[in-house]
Design a protein around this ligand. Structure first.
Ligand SMILES: *Cc1c(COP(=O)(O)O)cnc(C)c1O
Length: 372
């Protein structure tokens, strides 16, 4: 290969882009399998809060028989907004669908945050907010949650500067599993900042800020079909917000941001909502069973969760070793190697057999002689 010619005039990249840390997404199954030296079908993958039951069984049929993939999707999202209006119980004009809710987070940030602006984020939480803020040249101001991972309202308000634009709330919060009480949501909405309420796990808990949309123009509620509906790989999420804000977002989004396969899958999923909710119920029951089993392991503290995952606290200084031990058994959970979370490991709720394997592994790794 010949070396490409260097040019004197090649511009330098924007400093805030050069400074970005990569967002660590979940690796494909084959990569995990190779790392553990185990065949892919023996891997237990519980690090992305994905749905162990897959999409609605009707989705494969709908995608297989769909005839019009040669056409671009509707940039106005008319069919999508119609069905999503029923799902969210808000007017179509208040709805924007995205390539995952991740895209809606990115679009919102681009609407409000420029170089030098900031967003307020109660941590620990989902990593995408600060990552996407960084792409806009914005600063993420982290506000530590208290010892029970509850939001520190006074610290949140004190963190607001004239450059603050958006407050990100997550309910239930990833990775801690607890919800934001409505009184806190209202208090933060009263600051006048844009408040994003990310309800990625709504179906597992049933509590929503949607009714507050009629009171607050500065509220944006996000949902996704990645978790409850098992469509993570097709990438589709939705935002509900003030109609003017939604109109601007519709105008600035990439015209064909939601692909037709995702659209067909979403419409089919909503037709099969009762079937999907049966599985959600199963996952919630499995979470409660896993919670009880984890609670019996000496030296392990599972945090109560309203979502499809459980955050597990392991003995001080042992997070990395326990995570490595899990990986070598072919069990892939979510681990943060630094800061406050370094003795915490998050497990998604999978199939009952996966629960049993994870509980067994944790018993061996945390329980010492008391291993079950
Ligand atoms: C998983 C997750 C998302 C991602 O949603 P996509 O629709 O797949 O982009 C958003 N927010 C939180 C808090 C999540 O945990």
């Amino acid at each position: 290969m010949t070396q490409s010619k260097t040019t004197q005039n090649m511009p330098s990249m924007l400093p805030h882009i050069q400074a970005l840390d990569t967002y660590e997404g979940v690796d494909p199954m084959e990569v995990m399998a190779e790392r553990a030296g185990i065949s892919p079908d023996k891997i237990i993958r519980l690090n992305g809060n994905e749905n162990p039951y897959g999409p609605s069984p009707k989705v494969a049929g709908a995608l297989g028989s769909y005839q019009n993939f040669n056409y671009y999707p509707d940039p106005g999202q008319r069919s999508l907004r119609r069905v999503l209006s029923g799902y969210l119980n808000v007017d179509q004009e208040m709805i924007v669908a995205g390539n995952g809710s991740d895209e809606l987070i990115d679009l919102l940030l681009r609407m409000y945050v420029g170089v030098g602006d900031n967003v307020i984020i109660p941590t620990p939480t989902f990593g995408m907010y600060s990552f996407s803020a960084g792409i806009c040249g914005g600063e993420a101001i982290p506000v530590e949650r208290d010892e029970n991972f509850e939001i520190d309202l006074e610290a949140m308000k004190a963190a607001i500067t004239p450059k603050s634009k958006i407050i990100f709330l997550t309910s239930p919060n990833n990775p801690t599993g607890n919800i934001v009480p409505e009184s806190q949501t209202r208090a933060l909405l009263d600051t006048g900042m844009i408040v994003v309420m990310d309800e990625a796990y709504f179906e597992f808990c049933g509590e929503t800020a949607i009714p507050l949309l009629s009171e607050y123009k500065n509220l944006v509620v996000l949902r996704t079909f990645s978790k409850w509906a098992g469509l993570a790989g097709l990438r589709i999420g939705v935002g509900a917000m003030d109609p003017e804000l939604a109109a601007t977002m519709m105008a600035m989004k990439p015209p064909y941001n939601v692909n037709l396969a995702a659209e067909v899958a979403l419409i089919t999923s909503l037709e099969d909502t009762p079937g999907l909710l049966v599985r959600v119920k199963q996952i919630v029951a499995e979470r409660d069973r896993m919670m009880e089993l984890l609670g019996k392991i000496p030296n392990l503290t599972p945090w109560p969760s309203r979502a499809n995952f459980i955050l597990c606290q392991v003995p001080e200084g042992q997070g990395q070793a326990i995570f490595d031990g899990l990986c070598s058994r072919g069990i892939f959970l979510r681990y943060w190697s630094s800061g406050r979370m370094k003795d915490f490991i998050r497990t998604s709720i999978g199939l009952p057999s996966e629960t049993d394997a994870v509980v067994q592994a944790f018993s061996e790794l945390c329980g010492g002689n008391n291993a079950a």
